[in-house]
Design a protein around this ligand. Structure first.
Ligand SMILES: NC(=O)c1ccc[n+]([C@@H]2O[C@H](COP(=O)([O-])OP(=O)(O)OC[C@H]3O[C@@H](n4cnc5c(N)ncnc54)[C@H](O)[C@@H]3O)[C@@H](O)[C@H]2O)c1
Length: 250
């Protein structure tokens, strides 16, 4: 009926040196995918790639740099001969009041969380269009869905933008057989959220709003990635799917 087998596929996961990206890379590799592990940090990129099953490689690049992204994707095609899946996961979450935020902090959020998805989608899109198939998964956030988070204006703006870009790129690329969706995690236990978890009062309030009564862990995101990467989701495009223990029910 449809093929949920991901064997022989090649995936790029950005920001996969740690956290959610690392778990996604592991889940894909365990499903038989050859994973190109990207991170700006050469050490963690190599460490993740070294732990993965199958034919994994690491690709150090700053996803804010359009030319570096193009070079990375060209190199992956040269190394593996194909690119079937891109997971735009690299992200940053600067915290500052708008009154104090520097131009640099603002641009860092927008370029890492939003510009990078445009760069990878454009670069991979040429190959995927020629191949007549491909999957792009953007890791957005429930914060992109109008869920208030104090002092995160750059983050919220970038993630809302990423959801908008997901819809428009899905619409444009549907004719080429390329499917694009976004995943919107709630609070997941990673280094990005360590500061939040240290604030007991804030954590108590946050947990009260999660019907499942716990924060997520990176592995909670993997199943949805495998579903979106496979033909099991073949009629699903342009969606931004919350995965958050029930905190947000639209
Ligand atoms: N942790 C959460 O609660 C949560 C919730 C919603 C969405 N997200 C999103 O999930 C994604 C992963 O988050 P995480 O919690 O694992 O974060 P993390 O900080 O633990 O890991 C992010 C990774 O991205 C890499 N990275 C950062 N800037 C980069 C760049 N310019 N080029 C290449 N790599 C870069 C970092 O080196 C790091 O390895 C992010 O997009 C984040 O916004 C996280």
């Amino acid at each position: 009926m449809f093929n949920v087998n991901l064997r022989s596929k090649v995936a790029l996961v950005t920001g996969a040196g740690r956290g959610i990206g690392k778990a996604i890379a592991q889940g894909l590799a365990d499903s038989g995918v050859s994973v190109a592990v990207n991170d700006i940090d050469p050490q963690t990129a190599a460490l993740t790639a070294g732990t993965l099953a199958g034919n994994a490689g690491h690709y150090v690049a700053d996803v804010r740099d359009s030319a570096a992204v193009q070079r990375m994707i060209d190199q992956i095609i040269s190394d593996y001969g194909r690119l079937d899946i891109v997971v735009n996961n690299a992200g940053v979450e600067p915290r500052a009041s708008i009154l104090d935020m520097t131009d640099e902090e603002w641009h860092n959020a927008i370029s890492t969380n939003l510009d990078a998805a445009f760069y990878t989608t454009r670069a991979a899109g040429h190959y995927m269009k020629a191949a007549g198939q491909g999957v792009i998964i953007n890791i957005a956030s429930i914060a992109g869905h109008n869920i208030p988070i104090a002092l995160r204006s750059g983050y919220v703006a970038s993630k809302a933008g990423l959801i908008g870009f997901t819809r428009e790129s899905a619409r444009e690329f549907a004719a080429y057989g390329i499917r694009i969706n976004a995943i919107c995690p709630g609070v997941i236990e990673t280094e990005m959220t360590a500061h939040l978890r240290q604030n007991e009062a804030q954590m108590k309030k946050w947990l009260e709003d999660i019907p499942q009564g716990r924060l997520g862990i990176p592995e909670d995101i993997v199943g949805l990635v495998l579903f979106l990467a496979s033909d099991a989701s073949r009629y699903l495009i342009g969606q931004a799917i919350n995965i958050d223990g029930g905190k947000v029910m639209l």
